[in-house]
Design a protein around this ligand. Structure first.
Ligand code: ATP
Ligand code: MG
Length: 366
């Protein structure tokens, strides 16, 4: 990443007004600051400043994923429909279908990659010695979502980090699940966000409940019930809790918590899933255990909405004057302004400071 940049060379401009049809703060402030450009509903370009922020967020995610053994890779956005058909997900409403010369709608634009990675890894897993391992990518996903009116919070095209884990046993999966949870907290904290670890429902492809990382924000499309005292939270899709209920979860000392439950609007920035063996069974993903028996591989998958995360940072960190970037995700460390460029001495001093910052590897927008 370039360390220093002259603002006069930026091709983007700031503007006093944001998009008329996007009321969310992130759409307004990011557009006005020249960070993003809305090409169509739910489809955005990241302009040089915005792309730097995405770069910072991605760097944090990579560091934390690498720290828990994640191996970065990159999978195609163009996914042949036969992949998704093996799990019956070819016809799901959320995928954009692609018409082309090969055959009518032979492809979907990838909206998730369990099927793709299960196919790839089925070629390399033979024995228990090949497990466990963890692979992730930061890549564009496409989802035909009805509602795309919250800026970066919900796109038709968006950036996701998706991590997949492969294990011998459920026990090993849940051990790793705990490590991912801790890594996710670090990612969000470094982005300046406090997240609430929230119990969510499972589905046909999970072996138990899943968990979401929720950021409390008025603009959020999700509703969660969270205990004021112990922080235990459930999403509204599964929760039987109500506002002001007494929290019945148990504290480490075995006592009932009894705290007050609050209802909050929130944004889901990440989601983790204990998948179990459903994908492995669909794709013949097997290994031989120590006794020579063939067994299906146990999988987990773990998502972070990279672009949604950027929008969420803006929703949480702004005032009436604009965005207040947390240090680690700011496009530059310093913004140097020469207020009287017509004065030769002032200008020379500004140039001197600029050079000094550059020499010391301080990222500066001059
Ligand atoms: P939601 O309930 O918000 O639609 P999801 O449960 O469909 O999300 P996942 O499939 O788990 O989401 O995707 C992983 C992460 O990708 C989510 O936690 C979220 O942060 C992000 N994400 C999902 N859909 C979108 C979207 N349309 N635009 C931007 N980010 C998204
Ligand atoms: Mg969704």
């Amino acid at each position: 990443m370039i360390v220093v940049m002259r603002q006069s060379q930026l091709f983007t401009k700031t503007s006093k007004t944001g998009p008329a049809d996007e009321p969310s703060k992130n759409a307004q402030l990011l557009t006005r600051g020249g960070f993003i450009y809305k090409n169509s509903a739910g489809v955005y370009s990241y302009l040089p400043l915005g792309w730097r922020v995405i770069g910072k967020i991605s760097k944090i995610i990579r560091e934390e994923m690498n720290a828990i053994g994640g191996q970065e890779m990159f999978m195609p956005a163009l996914v042949e429909k036969t992949y998704m058909e093996k799990t019956g997900r070819g016809e799901l409403g959320v995928g954009f279908r692609v018409k082309d010369k090969i055959g009518p709608e032979a492809y979907v634009l990838g909206w998730t990659h369990e099927e793709v990675i299960a196919t790839i890894t089925s070629k390399s897993i033979n024995s228990y010695k090949d497990l466990p391992f963890y692979a992730y990518q930061i890549q564009t996903k496409f989802r035909s979502e009805g509602r795309a009116k919250s800026g970066l919070l919900r796109g038709h095209e968006f950036l996701m980090k998706d991590l997949y884990s492969f294990h011998e046993s459920e026990e090993d999966l849940f051990k790793y699940y705990g490590r991912v949870k801790e890594a996710y907290f670090k990612v969000f904290e470094r982005c300046g966000l406090k997240t609430i670890y929230t119990l969510a429902g499972g589905g046909a492809f999970t072996i138990s409940n899943t968990h979401e990382f929720q950021v409390v924000a008025a603009v959020g499309e999700d509703t969660i019930f969270v205990c004021e005292k112990c922080g235990y939270a459930e999403n509204s899709e599964i929760s039987k809790l109500k506002q002001r209920d007494e929290c019945s979860s148990h504290l480490p000392d075995g006592q009932k918590c009894g705290g007050r439950v609050l209802e909050k609007k929130s944004i889901e920035v990440g989601n983790i899933f204990p998948l179990g063996t459903k994908y492995a069974e669909a794709f013949g993903l097997e290994f031989q255990d120590k006794e020579g028996r063939k067994k299906p591989v146990v999988m987990g998958s773990y998502g972070i909405g990279v672009s949604r995360l950027m929008g969420t940072v803006v929703e949480v960190h702004h005032d009436e004057k604009g965005i207040i970037w947390p240090k680690e995700v700011a496009p530059f460390d310093a913004h140097l302004l020469c207020l009287s460029p017509e004065n030769k001495n002032v200008r020379a001093e500004a140039e001197r400071v600029y050079d000094l910052l550059e020499k010391n590897h301080v990222e500066v927008l001059y």
